[in-house]
Write a protein that binds this ligand. Structure first.
Ligand code: FAD
Length: 456
């Protein structure tokens, strides 16, 4: 009888342990279930849905080349999969294991109804398996990475199956175009289309380009005007490429590739954190921090919107927020600057920023997003201190963001180098806003709120 392969954030044919195992057993029915009910308020945001549409198209085409198909269904996985299994006479489901709390619940429910085989493959080491000598999970990145590093390299990637046998008859599939994953009007996805090629081939192309410069990562990674990072994050998030493939393609590059590999380690670390704290995306790990004296409503709401739209009057912040809106991605250094600005200068709850990123990033990832927001807020298990407040102007100068600002804030493009990071009120072109708050005033307000929080 056929075996079902349940695809989720593992939309690839190579190094896909569930597919390899299933294909070795007999006919395969590959399925993707669009399940917003199980994820509830964590259903994918707009940019992710755009990506998903194209990635499913690519996966479907790849399966067809192998004589197979991708069956699309909508509904709760725990209902859809048993129904599909009955329809095709399948007794087993194979899938890669996922760690978002809603996926863990769904795996439990599906496992009660069917024989579910869960495989490892989306992380360098199975999350939860890297522990201290006493068998405890790590809370802090550095010792986690040290312990994980000892277990590396990851196993060699698995080849894509030579053939994937088809079942005697194919079950019905819904039509991808009926799922409404793409924006209709306004069509905000033009920048995404220009910038990205979702799917396994697009992922491999990015990896190949990056592998050639991986040795120079350290010197380039913090400069937003250079394309010094890999741009692999959405491909890794959707599992179009595995971290083992990335590791084996880059680790011998020499130079500063070790720094790059430790960033892949942060990705594993984030999963390790949500396994310990499933609510990490919505609850601060630091006791009482969700009752911090945040600003909200009225002027704060307007400030939040100005931040979202890239109208804060701080060029580096505005450049980042516009890059995000336009491409669905933002440079890591600028993610830190914009996050710090929202939380500290505007004194707005980090969870508002997390939500915006969730909706607009093509790499929106429950664990990585939460871990990084809590790191910047100073509320996480391993994090920066709240009182370390990034100065947008000096960050912009230090990381040489002039070219980046010129690209994303075109109304400032003609300003001379001396003015571009922090144009004086007189130099601001018409239409470019004044600062929402002066740096010094913002800093003092944040430190005051911190004192108040500590005193409570
Ligand atoms: P590279 O520098 O080439 O790094 C290679 C890979 O390592 C990335 O693709 C990513 O998978 C992983 N990685 C790198 N840095 C981190 C990190 N700090 N934490 C976890 N993994 C990392 N990354 C996401 O994938 N999804 C998110 O939702 C996300 N939200 C973020 C929110 C904030 C406020 C901040 C400061 C960072 C966030 N990051 C997130 C981390 C990081 O910014 C992106 O992974 C990185 O910019 C992606 O670009 P790249 O693929 O070129 O990265």
């Amino acid at each position: 009888s056929p075996v079902i392969v349940w695809f989720r954030r593992d939309l690839r044919l190579s190094d896909q342990a569930a597919l390899v195992e299933a294909a070795a057993k007999g006919p395969v029915v590959p399925v993707y279930v669009l399940d917003d009910e199980t994820a509830k308020h964590r259903a994918m945001g707009g940019a992710s849905r755009w990506w998903l549409h194209h990635s499913l198209e690519s996966l479907g085409a790849g399966l067809e080349e192998k004589g197979s198909r991708l069956i699309l269904r909508r509904g709760r996985c725990e209902d859809v999969l048993p129904a599909l299994a009955k329809e095709v006479g399948a007794s087993e489901v194979h899938a890669l294991r996922h760690y978002e709390p809603w996926w863990r619940n769904a795996e439990k429910a599906v496992g009660k109804a069917l024989t579910l085989h869960l495989h490892h493959g989306n992380y360098l080491a199975p999350p939860g398996s890297v522990t201290t000598g006493a068998g405890q999970p790590y809370k802090i990145f550095t010792p986690f990475w040290r312990a994980l590093h000892e277990r590396l390299p990851p196993p060699d990637p698995l080849y894509r199956p030579h053939t994937i046998a088809a079942p005697e008859s194919w079950p019905e599939s819904e039509a991808l175009d009926d799922w409404g994953l793409l924006p209709t009007r306004p069509d905000w996805a033009g920048g995404l289309r220009d910038f990205w090629t979702p799917g396994e081939e697009g992922a491999k192309a990015r990896l190949k380009t990056f592998a050639e410069k991986a040795s120079r990562y350290e010197g380039q990674r913090n400069l937003p005007a250079r394309n010094g990072t890999s741009f692999l994050s959405p491909h890794l998030h959707f599992g179009e490429i595995s971290p083992a493939q990335v590791w084996h393609a880059t680790s011998s590059a020499g130079g500063s590739v070790a720094t790059f590999l430790s960033e892949i380690g942060w990705r594993d670390y984030a999963q390790n954190v949500i396994l310990q704290y499933p609510d990490y995306g919505g609850t601060s790990a630091r006791e009482g921090f969700d009752d911090f004296p945040w600003r909200s409503g009225g002027q704060a709401q307007e400030d939040l919107e100005a931040w979202q739209q890239g109208r804060t009057g701080y060029p580096i912040v505005d450049a980042g927020m516009r890059e995000l809106w336009h491409t669905g991605w933002m440079h890591n250094r600028v993610r830190m600057i914009t996050a710090s600005f929202l939380i500290k200068h505007l004194l707005i709850d980090w969870r508002e920023g997390e939500k915006w990123f969730w909706d607009t990033l093509v790499d929106a990832d429950y664990a990585s997003n939460a871990v990084n927001w809590q790191w910047n807020a100073g509320s996480g298990v391993d994090s920066n201190m709240f009182v370390r407040i990034m100065a947008p102007l000096s960050q912009s100068e230090k990381f040489d963001a002039a070219g980046y600002i010129r690209q994303w804030v075109p109304e400032l493009a003609d300003l001379p180098a001396g003015e571009i990071h922090d144009p004086s009120p007189m130099a601001r072109p018409k239409g470019y806003p004044q600062r929402l708050i002066e740096h010094r005033a913002g800093r003092e307000r944040a430190l005051g709120a911190w004192e108040q929080f500590k005193g409570e």
